[in-house]
Write a protein that binds this ligand. Structure first.
Ligand code: PGA
Length: 253
């Protein structure tokens, strides 16, 4: 059975003390609930807080991921953080190709390829984001766009490498807007993505791939979204900044 994953993408939010408080709150709330045994919780704080958050996760209450990684191995790349560095901190996951990185930092599919390769080389699992912007959906181009992102960003991998990849479908028009994709829209796209994977790598690999939904996911809509056959969890932005909301989503299976 493929993994259910609820990953919190904190983005560029919280001071160190606020971040510390958030993890404390999450740990306290975790005491009160039971997570489905098949659910993995991942926290993706900003780089400077990775170690602090990892220390809390020691007893495997949750796994820790970075929000970004360099596409280069090492050297004179001021301000960048390499996959080798993340590996040396024993991190588990890293988000790649988020729409904010694509839109504001010109992250192309070619860059996504290099980042994914770096992460896999260093034993981290990439959470690769894809999704169309509003104009593309209005022009009914969402399938074309997502197919290009998945094909160009990931299909150079071997089936064995692909087994470590998590996909997040995040319609850009739903990110941070309070506008969520309907459960039907999410299911349709997730089934489409799984179909692409099956065509390329076969049914077995496709059935094992976790495909997360992202975009204004909250406790009040998570159950409905996660009830769909091909929705294996969520990549959560805004609602991951409040322990109660994040745990509410993580327990929605
Ligand atoms: P949101 O962000 O939950 O705030 O819409 C999701 C994301 O960007 O990963």
């Amino acid at each position: 059975m493929r993994k259910h994953i609820v990953a919190g993408n904190w983005k560029m939010n919280k001071t160190f003390d606020e971040a510390d408080e958030l993890v404390n709150d999450i740990m306290a709330k975790l005491e009160e609930v039971t997570l489905d045994a098949n659910t993995t919780m991942i926290l993706c704080p900003p780089f400077p807080y990775l170690e602090m958050v990892s220390d809390y996760g020691d007893d495997s209450y949750f796994m820790v991921g970075a929000q970004n990684v360099s596409d280069q191995e090492s050297g004179a790349y001021t301000g960048e953080v390499s996959a080798a560095m993340l590996e040396s901190m024993e991190l588990d996951y890293c988000i790649v190709g988020h729409s904010e990185r694509r839109a504001y930092y010109h992250e192309t599919d070619e860059i996504v390829v290099r980042k994914v390769d770096q992460l896999l080389k260093h034993g981290l699992r990439p959470i690769v984001c894809c999704g169309e912007v509003l104009e593309e959906r209005e022009a009914e181009k969402q399938y074309e766009v997502v197919k290009r992102q998945i094909t160009d960003g990931l299909f150079h991998l071997s089936a064995e490498q692909f087994a470590d990849v998590v996909i997040a479908y995040e319609p850009v028009w739903a990110i941070g807007t309070g506008k969520t994709a309907t459960p039907e829209q999410a299911q349709e796209m997730h089934a489409f993505i799984r179909g692409l994977i099956a065509e390329k790598y076969g049914n077995e690999v496709a059935e094992e791939t976790s495909i997360l939904y992202g975009g204004s996911c909250k406790p009040s809509n998570a159950k409905e979204l996660f009830a769909n056959k091909d929705v294996d969890g969520g990549l959560i932005g805004g609602a991951s900044l409040k322990a109660e909301d994040f745990i509410g989503i993580a327990t929605a299976f």
